[in-house]
Structure formats: C-alpha cells, structure tokens
Design a protein around this ligand. Structure first.
Ligand SMILES: NC(=O)c1ccc[n+]([C@@H]2O[C@H](COP(=O)([O-])OP(=O)(O)OC[C@H]3O[C@@H](n4cnc5c(N)ncnc54)[C@H](O)[C@@H]3O)[C@@H](O)[C@H]2O)c1
Length: 394
C-alpha cells in the first residue's frame, strides 16, 4: 500500500477498507472460503510508517518500493500517491508483474493513462481503478431505479458537487494544497471529471462530447506551512456532457460554493415516467402520477410545498463503505477471477474526459470524445481526436 500516510490512503484504503477486511477475517470468495489480507505499508518516511504500523498492529512496512515489488509474498500493488507520482510507480509494479489497484486519476495525461492500460494488458496483470462513487448507497439506489424502468425514457441528469474549501488564511484548508497548483497535478477538472466519466458511462451511457468552463475563482491560497502560494489550478468547473442515447448531463464541480442542499454531491435525474434526486446516501423520487402541476404566476406566492411532493426511497440493505466494497470485489477478481469491470482503460477514459474538458475550456468549443474500449484503442489522444481507425487490442 503505497502512499498510506495520505488522506485517501490512510482513511479510506487502510483503515476503512483493508484493516476492516482484516478484522472481518478476510474477503469471502465465491466458493464460500475466505482469503485474508495482510498489508505492507510503503512510503517515504520511515517514522510515519512505523507510527501507523504500531497504531494499527501492522507487522510490515518499508521505504524501499523496489524491494517490496521484488518480493513474491506481496500480490497486489496499491497506489494512493499524489497523482503526479503515480504513473512512474505503477510502471514499476507492472514490470514486477503485480496485480494493481489504484486511486484515480491513473496518470496526469490521457496518453500516459492509455500507456499504463496497454502495458498492463501486455503484461497480463489484473488492474483496477477506484470507482468509489458507484458504490455509494444513493447511487446504488439510483442504479436500481434505472434497472427497474422507473424513469421511463431518461431525459437529463443534473449534478451539483462541491463545498467551500477554506483558503488557508484565516482558517486552515481542509484539502491538501497540491490540489490548487496545476504544476503539482491539481485542479478540479482533473480531480472530478474522471469520477463523472465513470458515473455517467456506467449509469446512463458513454460520454460522447463535453463542453466545459474551468475557472480559478480564488487565485491565492495559504498552504500547510502557512505560506501564501499562487493557486494556478482550476477550482470550479461547469460541464455539459452529451451521452449516448441522447441524454444531456450537466454537472457543476466547485470548491468555491457554499452548500445549500442535503449532500455534498447530488444528482437529479428526470425521465418521462419519473424523477429522482440522489446523493451519497439519500434518494428521493417523484413518479409521474404524483407530479404536482405548478403554474407560473409572478403575482401569487407559490402554494405548493415541493419538498413534500417527493418520496424517500428507504434503506433496504446494510450499507458498506464503498471503498471497501470495491476492494473486496477487486481482491475476488485477483484471487478467484470474478468480474471487476473498472480497469486501467476505464481510468484512461476518465482522464480523456478531463483532458477534453480542459481543451473545451481553452478553445470554447464542444469536444467530441472517441470511443475507447478493449476493442477500440487509439495510439494517442491525437489519434483519437483525428478519428483514426482504432487498433484492435485484447
Ligand atoms: N476517490 C476519491 O474520492 C478521491 C478523493 C481525493 C483524492 N483522490 C486521489 O487520491 C490521491 C491522493 O490524494 P490525497 O488527497 O490522499 O493526497 P495527500 O496529499 O493527502 O496524500 C498523498 C500521498 O502521496 C505521498 N507523496 C506525495 N508526494 C510524493 C512523491 N513525490 N513521491 C511519492 N509519494 C508522494 C504523500 O506522502 C502521501 O502519502 C490523488 O491521486 C487524488 O486524486 C481520490
């Protein structure tokens, strides 16, 4: 587990996933047996690793990634490093023949993300990318609504993601400062568009085009050491995505907005037969037969209590931390060959959407996205852009 001292590496991947799995006696395999996990913490600071290991009763830690990769006892390389450091480490893990599970984005550019997908395929190693939002209770309920035909024909999706991230001057920031420096791999487009790509393609349809505006609303912030720095990366992005099947999605992503909704991310889905509003946990619906009939009249105060016209979808099963749920799926994939669809190629598609979103912002144009699947892999982003016939690769 490389980068385990970081925000995501520690909280979500080590504590909430791997240690929780270890405490539960391992991951259940399809044949009913269990496979146990044993973490090896990898990082740059021996002192930090020793502290974490002691705190959580972990036997193994090292600052020597190469030695760890050369050691046959360890089967899966997992990467939670800052984005900038990821691709180089993953390439080493591919060369060492490890199965690989990683945070998103997989690389800093589409070409590099695609290269990782190619190298992993050529090496025949199992590979997975975090798709955590798909495992959120609210989005699981949404998937059920879609699969059950609740919406009729889906027309549009509107997403609101964001909250105020403190600038770091009068109040410490709640996110690492590298997120706000483009030169260090920061930016909300690179951070969030990979999420939106997998949410949209797995629930509604492939993203066929993007129009985006990416802005830096707060040009100067204060870092962890109390030093002012130039915020060179976008901290808000407004995107319109056209999906296969004619659905329009628009998603606002912002670290410079104050929350006036129930959850930090919310999606409203409107269909001919019903609508839904889902968040991390919640999901409320309004079927067409219970749709109120508002009439626009600026002279009269509206009498409908719109909130009360929605029905909350109840929790019908125990919710599991999404990161842990995906980890378990990936471990079953590695050990028992079960399905895990969210591979490096899916990661590359996420990076392509981020890159094309930024290109749309620069040029002011709506940008089409080529289809990229195991059967259709262009050589480079340029090849994809020019619509070159895709190579077949399996
Ligand atoms: N899935 C999600 O919802 C989600 C949310 C936030 C972040 N992320 C992703 O997780 C990754 C980590 O983000 P974070 O917020 O935990 O960041 P962080 O800054 O808290 O942690 C980064 C880790 O990388 C290590 N590191 C930093 N520079 C390094 C270098 N040059 N070489 C080797 N190691 C280095 C740090 O020591 C730390 O362990 C990012 O790629 C980010 O995009 C995903």
């Amino acid at each position: 587990m490389n980068g385990v001292s970081g925000r995501m590496g520690y909280r979500q991947h080590l504590v909430r996933s791997i240690l929780a799995i270890r405490d539960a006696g391992g991951v259940e395999l399809p044949d009913g047996t269990k496979v146990q996990v044993e973490p090896l913490l990898v990082g740059r600071s021996e002192a930090k690793l020793a502290e974490l290991a002691a705190k959580h009763g972990i036997e193994h830690y090292t600052t020597d990634l190469d030695a760890a990769l050369a050691d046959d006892r360890w089967h899966i390389y997992a990467d939670f490093l800052v984005t900038k450091a990821r691709a180089a480490a993953i390439k080493k893990a591919i060369a060492a023949g490890k199965a690989i599970y990683t945070e998103k984005p997989t690389a800093e550019s589409f070409d590099e993300a695609l290269e990782l997908a190619r190298l992993a395929t050529a090496a025949g190693i199992k590979n997975g990318v975090v798709h955590d939002k798909l495992y959120l209770p609210g989005l699981i309920k949404l998937r059920r609504l879609i699969d059950s035909g609740f919406f009729g024909r889906i027309l549009s999706v509107r997403g609101e993601f964001g909250y105020w991230v403190f600038e770091g001057d009068w109040h410490p920031s709640q996110r690492p400062s590298w997120n706000y420096r483009a030169e260090d791999g920061g930016g909300i487009v690179v951070d969030m568009f990979p999420h939106w790509n997998y949410v949209l393609e797995n629930l509604f349809g492939r993203v066929e085009s993007v129009y985006a505006r990416a802005v830096t609303e707060i040009p100067e912030r204060v870092d962890e050491a109390g030093e002012a720095y130039a915020a060179t990366a976008d901290d808000a992005a407004y995107g319109i995505f056209e999906l296969a099947g004619g659905i329009t999605a628009q998603i606002n992503s912002s670290w410079t907005t104050r929350v006036n909704r129930d959850e930090l991310v919310e999606f409203q889905v409107d269909g001919t037969h019903g609508s839904a509003v889902v968040g991390l946990f919640g999901c409320k619906i309004q079927p067409r037969n219970a749709t109120p009939k508002p009439v626009w009249n600026p002279d009269l105060r509206n009498e409908i209590d719109f909130d009360s016209t929605w029905v909350e979808v109840p929790d019908t099963e125990e919710s599991v931390n999404g990161f842990r749920a995906q980890w378990e799926e990936f471990i079953r994939h590695v050990i028992a060959n079960t399905e895990h669809r969210y591979d490096f190629l899916a990661g590359a598609r996420g990076m392509l959407l981020a890159e094309k979103g930024l290109e749309s912002h620069r040029t002011g144009a709506r940008i089409d996205l080529p289809e990229i699947s195991a059967d259709r892999v262009p050589d480079t982003a340029e090849g994809a852009e020019a619509g070159e016939p895709a190579r077949t690769e399996r």
